[in-house]
Design a protein around this ligand. Structure first.
Ligand SMILES: [Zn+2]
Length: 283
């Protein structure tokens, strides 16, 4: 154990890092809050347990910067570090809260912020297991208020469409694999242990039910409830993290953040033609 800086967090500051008066100032120009939903769960020996929490915040951070540049100011809410992670409970360090707790927590956070002046909420996940709870909470917040608006943003669908242009692996990469490891290399390289990364792929038939084009979370129409990851992997992750690179992580984050920013600009700022980097670089 050493007394040292273990990683650096880039701005803009999220709500817990702002003062009350700073939030009040911000409320004069926006009522929109991006809420990042993380998890504390096993991602193999090479990634920290807070991987999804770090990703959720980075998704919001990058989207917020793009939105600001396009004249659509937002505030980033506190990142929620716990989620519905029952299927990772076979691995040490995982924390899982029930759907009931998750929904109550989300509602109470948003209703508090609603009283503070926020009106439009955009929920951004870093762990797709939270999506059903996020959707129920969104509906209940709308039901409980006269004018709150809540949207749940599942960027996985947008990323899945182009992921083959980013990843090297010819197999389906999953939880803690090439993609996620690349994204943590961007934000928290100090916490990635590539020397401990091992390749572990799952049979395509089993993988199809974890993710893939037919699964509802990646753009399909079927929801498969997930069996314990222990039945799929002895390590906690699926895929080949040895292929990870910071460049692939940055490219994936660009796709995610642009999609989030486009939807928020269109639906919360009435700006259908958001000027984003990919438009400017397309041939
Ligand atoms: Zn993850």
């Amino acid at each position: 154990m050493r007394d040292e800086i273990i990683y650096v967090q880039k701005g803009p500051p999220s709500l817990p890092e702002m003062t009350g008066p700073e939030v009040e100032e911000r409320l004069k120009v926006t009522r929109v809050l991006l809420l990042p939903f993380g998890a504390t769960e096993s991602h193999g020996a090479h990634l920290p347990l807070g991987t999804d929490t770090f990703e959720a915040r980075e998704n919001c951070r990058r989207a917020a910067l793009q939105l600001e540049e396009s004249g659509c100011p937002v505030v980033i809410g506190p990142v929620i570090p716990f989620g519905m992670s029952s299927f990772h409970m076979g691995f040490t360090g995982t924390i899982s809260i029930s759907a009931t707790t998750f929904i109550a927590l989300t509602k109470e956070i948003c209703i508090s912020l609603y009283h503070g002046g926020f009106r439009k909420f955009a929920f951004v996940h870093g762990h797709d297991g939270n999506l059903p709870g996020m959707m129920v909470a969104a509906q209940e917040i709308v039901d409980a208020t006269p004018d709150a608006e809540v949207m749940v943003l599942n960027w996985l669908t947008a990323l899945s469409k182009v992921y083959h242009t980013i990843q090297t692996s010819k197999k389906m990469e999953g939880h803690g694999g090439e993609g996620e490891t690349s994204r943590i290399l961007v934000t928290h390289p100090e916490l990635v242990h590539l020397d401990l990364a091992v390749k572990h792929h799952v049979e395509p038939e089993a993988m199809r039910k974890i993710q893939g084009p037919e699964h509802i979370k990646t753009g399909g129409g079927i929801f498969y409830a997930t069996r314990s990851y222990k039945t799929h992997t002895p390590y906690g992750h699926i895929g080949d993290p040895t292929l990870a690179s910071e460049d692939k992580g940055n490219r994936a984050y660009d796709v995610i953040a642009e999609w989030i920013a486009r939807v928020i600009a269109r639906d919360y700022f009435n700006q259908p033609d958001l000027d984003v980097a990919s438009d400017r670089t397309e041939p």
